[in-house]
Design a protein around this ligand. Sequence first.
Ligand code: ADP
Length: 647
Amino acid sequence: MSHQSDLIATDIDAYLAQHERKELLRFITCGSVDDGKSTLIGRLLYDSKMLYEDQLAQLESESKTHGTTGGDFDPALVTDGLKAEREQGITIDVAYRYFSTARRKFIIADTPGHEQYTRNMATGGSTADLAVILIDARHGVLTQTKRHSFIVSLLGIRHVVVTINKMDLVDFGQDRFDQICAEYREFAARLDLPELHFIPISALGGDNVVEPSPHMPWYRGSTLMNMLETVYIGSDRNLEDFRFPVQYVNRPNLDFRGFCGTIASGIIRKGDEIMVLPARKTSKVKSIVTFDGEVEEAFTPQSITLTLEDEIDCSRGDMIVRPGNVPKVSYDFDAMLVWMSPEAMVPGKTYLFKHTTQSVPGQIESLRYRVDVNTLHRSPAPELQLNEIGRCTIALSQSLFYDSYRRNRSTGAFIMVDRISNVTVAAGMITAREPDKKSKPAPWEIEQSQTPSPSKEVEVVTSQERQARLGQLPATVLFTGLSGSGKTTVARGVERALFDAGRTAIVLDGEDLRRGLSGDLGFSSDDRSENFRRCAQMARLLNDNGFICLAALIAPDESVRAKARELLGEEKSITVYLDAPLEVCRDRDPRGHYADAQEGQMPKLPGAGAPYEPPTNPDLVLKTDESTVDECVEQVVALLRERKLIR
Ligand code: ADP
């Protein structure tokens, strides 16, 4: 169905021709039931006159009986057909709705907001140009808003319209709107969302959905419909890198041999030089044939048949590119995976990887980390469960020709299929291993350590190999507390316990550093910070080489500790606070520092004259005046096990 147009009655051919030429915008709506998603979609369809008359009549009567609007038209009922089907037990993961206006054609991917959110969003959003994120004006930015935004960013959707809904329930107040926008912007700064718009709406009343709202004269921006009709998507397509995965070879007779497929990205012209991968044979384009006949040039996403000047070997699964612009060719790569199966991922199991026109068996070699979709924190994990997202290293039995997903949503994406059940278990987005100047990696893709390989002749030891050999994931445990609180004692105890269990940890003791690396430093607050900075750098080197680092330092400043955590990576940092009263520490005085300070031979000690800021959010607190050394050690080891850092 299409929008109302006088042409339909007067000149149907002209109408169809006009409709054909209209640009298509695919968008996804994200929000849960209560945010008013169905109401918004209903309102868009209703106000743009996208409903049949019998549907309308029925809706108007149903609004009187079932509606939640006291007899007025209830837009939410428009999408109720879907709900009814769901109630009957028919599983609908993503519902696509089509509509058009005089300016554009639209496809909405409507994904149910609950439970299966991640999987459904990944399915519905993979081809979307734009995402509409709904926020309830009364609640502001919620965890789910963050989750939706992260997935939108992960899927590479460039245009985001944040609609602050239910403005009628906050008296159409500008302050509330501004406050939510500021809150959202702050969070979104950590994501890769190139274009953000904010619109205050009331889906129920129709304010700023299709018509500008008379209730919010302070808002002078576009209505949602106007935004959808005008947002510029022309430059989103990758027209630079020509990638043509060959779908099949058409050879009707001996004189014609054409390679058919859809142009994944880029432009091709008659006479252009091309290269066929993986054979790397070159030739020139002889002709480009489309459904409408022969053309001079073609571009993404057109489906074409190419014929070449020379008879070169090329079959299904091969890729035609330009000799000067070749994708990566490799059998192993890293990818962000969205796990879609109720059965957890099994690293090492053979799955089928479907990428453009290729299907290749392969395995997940290792899960580097899992991303908490609600907080964006990364943490080590043994596997991914349904709806979880993580970064993996993948090894295939044969090479793929790929680009990073951020550069090319077509040649950078793949799905994983279970070979026995034939069920899609995951969607993958290939991440660039080395920084690509043209497409900056997203924040969650940046490797903590991007150590370049020293030389092409040397095969460097990978973190996976280290992990396998050492049986541990690297991390740094910072033992912080007053002098004499027990940092060195507990750190050495943990080292012993790990050593006995066959693991390898290295103790970095502030006092030891002072005898060598930091021999030039004194005990002023600046010197203490510098000593700690050097220690953090060393810890990072040790972590990068696979070791667990146990750092025993007073580290009195919260801000300095936060910087160290940032350097090491949150998921690799564990803060243990050794909490013992100053009198106890002073009595213990294992190094005689308190006595020296008293006699004026050294500046004031943190906690005794100089400030000591206890950690605001430590991973573990040890009361060393109440527990024995062994008990303290045991608690730290238990934490390392719980975090799955040691086997
Ligand atoms: P720091 O490194 O924090 O300056 P040390 O570990 O050098 O402190 O000294 C702590 C002293 O406290 C040691 O003599 C140790 O035997 C004693 N102690 C008593 N109970 C504990 C405990 N539960 N944890 C750590 N040390 C303890």
